[in-house]
Design a binder for this molecule. Structure first.
Ligand code: NDP
Length: 247
C-alpha cells in the first residue's frame, strides 16, 4: 500500500487516537491524519512534545486536536478505564486507534537481559496495547468503521539475536492483532491490522543503528500512505493482515 493515494478529505470527521504521538513516526502520523481531516487524540508521556504537535496541527489548519499525557510504562487497568471514559465524554466514539508507542529496550543476549527492562518493554509494547484495545473497543464499535492498527517490526516476524524483549514484544503484537481480528471477524465492523514500518528515520532507529547515516534512511512521511490506507474507509473489510509500509 506504499503507493496508496489518499484523498484530501479521507479522514474527515473521524476521531483517531495515536499513541506515542510526540515524536518519530507517531508525530508524523498524527499530523498526517489531521491534514486529511481527522480530529486526533495525542497520547504520549512527554507533554511538551505533544504540545508542539498540537501547535503544528493548529497552525496547519487541521481540526483542533486533544492531548492526553500518559506514561504507558506505569499505566494499569484503571488508567485505561479512566482514559476510555474521558474519550467517551469528549467524543462519544472512536474511529481509529494507532498503537504506535514503543520502547527499544536493550540490545544484548537473552542471557544478559535485565529483568526490569524486559518487563518495561513488554508493558509499553504489548500490555498497554492490550489495555487500550480492551477499554476502547466499545467506543470503536460506535464508529461506522473502526480501525485498529498495531505496529510490528521485521524482528517480530523472524527473531534476531540481541533484540531481546523488543523482538518478542513485536511477535506478541502480531499475535494480539491476529487473535483480535479473528474474534471480530463476522461479528463487528471493527478491523485490526498491523504495519511493519521498515527502517525509518527516527530516534529509535538511530539508537538501534548508531553508525548508520540517518540521511540514507526512509523518513516517516514516506511511509504514511499505508497508515492512511488502514485508517481510511478504503480498507473497510480488510482485517487480520500484516502490512509492510515499504514493501
Ligand atoms: P521513537 O522512539 O522515535 O518514538 C516512540 C514514541 O513512543 C515516542 O513519542 C515516545 O515518547 C513514545 N513512548 C515511548 N515510551 C512511552 C511510554 N512509556 N508511554 C508513552 N509513550 C511512550 O520511535 P519510532 O517512531 O521509530 O517508533 C514508532 C513505532 O514504530 C514503535 O512501535 C517502533 O517499535 C516501530 N518501528 C520503528 C521502526 C523504525 O525504523 N523507526 C522500525 C520498525 C518498527 P517520548 O518522545 O516521550 O520518548
Amino acid at each position: 500500500m506504499g503507493d496508496y493515494k489518499a484523498p484530501r478529505d479521507l479522514l474527515k470527521d473521524k476521531v483517531i487516537l495515536v499513541t506515542g504521538a510526540g515524536d518519530g513516526i507517531g508525530r508524523v502520523a498524527a499530523k498526517t491524519f489531521a491534514a486529511h481531516g481527522a480530529t486526533v487524540i495525542l497520547l504520549g508521556r512527554t507533554t511538551p512534545k505533544l504540545e508542539v504537535v498540537y501547535d503544528e496541527i493548529e497552525k496547519a489548519g487541521g481540526p483542533q486536536p486533544a492531548i492526553f499525557p500518559m506514561d504507558l510504562s506505569d499505566a494499569r487497568s484503571e488508567t485505561f478505564e479512566q482514559f476510555a471514559e474521558a474519550v467517551e465524554q469528549e467524543f462519544g466514539r472512536l474511529d481509529g486507534l494507532l498503537h504506535n508507542a514503543g520502547l527499544l529496550g536493550q540490545r544484548t543476549p537473552i542471557a544478559n537481559y535485565h529483568f526490569g527492562t524486559w518487563e518495561q518493554v513488554m508493558q509499553v509494547n504489548v500490555n498497554a496495547a492490550f489495555g487500550l484495545t480492551k477499554t476502547l473497543l466499545p467506543l470503536l464499535e460506535k464508529s461506522q468503521a473502526g480501525s485498529i492498527v498495531f505496529t510490528g517490526s521485521g524482528v517480530g516476524l523472524k527473531g534476531r539475536a540481541y533484540w531481546g524483549a523488543y523482538s518478542v514484544s513485536k511477535f506478541a503484537t502480531e499475535g494480539l492483532m491476529q487473535v483480535l481480528a479473528d474474534e471480530l471477524d463476522g461479528v463487528s465492523e471493527v478491523r485490526a491490522n498491523s504495519i511493519n514500518p521498515g527502517a525509518t528515520r527516527t530516534n529509535m532507529r538511530a539508537a538501534a543503528y548508531p553508525a548508520e547515516n540517518p540521511n540514507t534512511v526512509t523518513t516517516p512521511k514516506d511511509i504514511m500512505p499505508t497508515y492512511l490506507y488502514l485508517m481510511g474507509d478504503d480498507s473497510r473489510g480488510v482485517s487480520g493482515r500484516q502490512f509492510n509500509a515499504q514493501g
